[in-house]
Design a binder for this molecule. Structure first.
Ligand code: ZN
Length: 301
């Protein structure tokens, strides 16, 4: 019996088949084949795209440029608090429409970072708690926001009692095994509870036009490149049904956009540093390239 047959034999609707070494597709257990984007591989069956970790860091750097390894998406996460909170506020509004009893719901955030979401949501829900692998970020969240954040690995943390909403903002693309985190969230949720996820959409028009230059493609920081279809597949395999898909815009401060374009994209760091202190760049603008998806799914009873 092949590994895939063994896995398929062990599968039940709510207990996904083991894929212990992650050698099979994390969304459907299909086999990976080549991808037209360099350094990535693609499931022959469902189209899920993931980093080819057999490739050395040096080979990836040669393909994608060194900036992908030290260039962060966020110039300075803490200084962008206001625009990040605007983004969270809009997502909370969507969640209120989808989950009528949100005010009575306990929320758990995986990857809570500096606690901005926990701080923004805590007045709208019964309780809000989160976990992050970064001890520094969690210390900041607790000290400056007074939120209930824990430093550690979600895989090792039992959420007890179970909650009504698990949030993973811009997190699944970074995880070695997003399928296992989604599986664990299914366990940590009450029946009928929801999971809310944002991540890049590699099937979006912008991603397809940009190809390997799409700003979200930077292995090994970003390991996985979902489409609506492949994220849906992973959620359904783990006992969820998708109830909402949208591509909301994000507010960013102009300074971060300037940093991204001048310093990271064009390598004009000197120019960036000369003009970055201009107060005009304090402004925040909302932009929507329709390539970030917001997906909410409900745990099947
Ligand atoms: Zn697949």
């Amino acid at each position: 019996m092949s590994a895939s047959e063994l896995s398929a034999a062990a599968a039940t609707p709510h207990q996904p088949a083991p894929n212990l070494d992650g050698a099979l597709c994390l969304a459907c257990l299909g086999e990976y084949g080549p991808c037209k984007l360099p350094g990535l591989k693609q499931c022959k069956s469902c189209g899920f795209i993931t980093a080819d970790l057999a490739m050395s860091d040096e080979a990836l750097a040669a393909l994608y440029g060194e900036d992908y390894f030290h260039g962060e998406e966020y110039r300075d996460y803490v200084s962008e608090e206001d625009s990040l909170k605007d983004n969270f506020r809009r997502r909370i509004k969507t969640l209120q429409q989808l989950i009528p009893n949100l005010s009575k719901t306990d929320v758990f955030e995986v990857g809570c970072a500096y606690g901005f979401f926990l701080d923004e949501v805590k007045g709208d829900v019964a309780s809000a708690k989160g976990i992050d692998i970064s001890a520094d970020a969690v210390a900041h969240a607790r000290a400056n926001k007074g939120v209930d954040a824990i430093a550690g690995s979600y895989s090792d943390y039992l959420v007890e009692p179970r909650v009504g909403l698990v949030a993973m903002w811009d997190t699944v693309e970074h995880l070695p095994r997003p399928d296992l985190f989604i599986h664990k969230a299914q366990r940590d949720l009450l029946p009928g509870g929801h999971i809310a996820i944002t991540t890049g959409d590699i099937d979006s028009l912008n991603a397809r036009m940009r190809g390997k230059h799409w700003r979200m493609i930077h292995p090994p920081t970003h390991l996985h490149y979902f489409s609506v279809a492949t994220l849906r597949r992973m959620l359904e395999r783990n006992g969820f049904e998708v109830v909402h898909v949208s591509h909301p815009g994000n507010a960013r401060d102009l300074r971060s956009i300037l940093h991204f374009i001048l310093d990271l994209r064009l390598g004009w760091g000197g120019l960036y540093r000369r003009i970055a202190k201009w107060r005009i760049f304090d402004l925040s603008i909302s932009m929507n390239l329709f390539d970030i998806m917001f997906v909410v799914a409900r745990r099947k009873a």
